[in-house]
Design a protein around this ligand. Sequence first.
Ligand code: SF4
Length: 123
Amino acid sequence: MSFGCRQLKRIIPQAEWGEAHHLLILHGRYTCTARSPDCDTCPLTDFCTYYERLQRLPDPINGLDASKGTYYCSTSDRYFDEPAYKTDRYGVRQIVCPVSGSMQVFHTKTGKTTKQVPDFRVN
Ligand code: SF4
């Protein structure tokens, strides 16, 4: 669930709008920063669509061999260097396997997924 300004005004008493305004600014400055939101310490995870999407990303894969390629596709069990790209249903440009077209692609150095989630916080 995400909240817009009108929705927040409906649930926050008018006498507290000023304080809520400042608290939201501080939240954006110190916790939910544009470049690196600190979701691990954030008290709003139950309400955050961005965080919900982050939880759906696949877990990292251990033991990938970076000498075989920059990326690894778990669908085709294949290493490769030159990725293909596809825009997903959320409008985010994703790295895909050039052979299978799968988005189950991982960085071989870190084992982390290449998938990205849409960032509603800055749109
Ligand atoms: S993205 Fe969501 S969970 Fe992460 S810090 Fe911002 S509000 Fe909190």
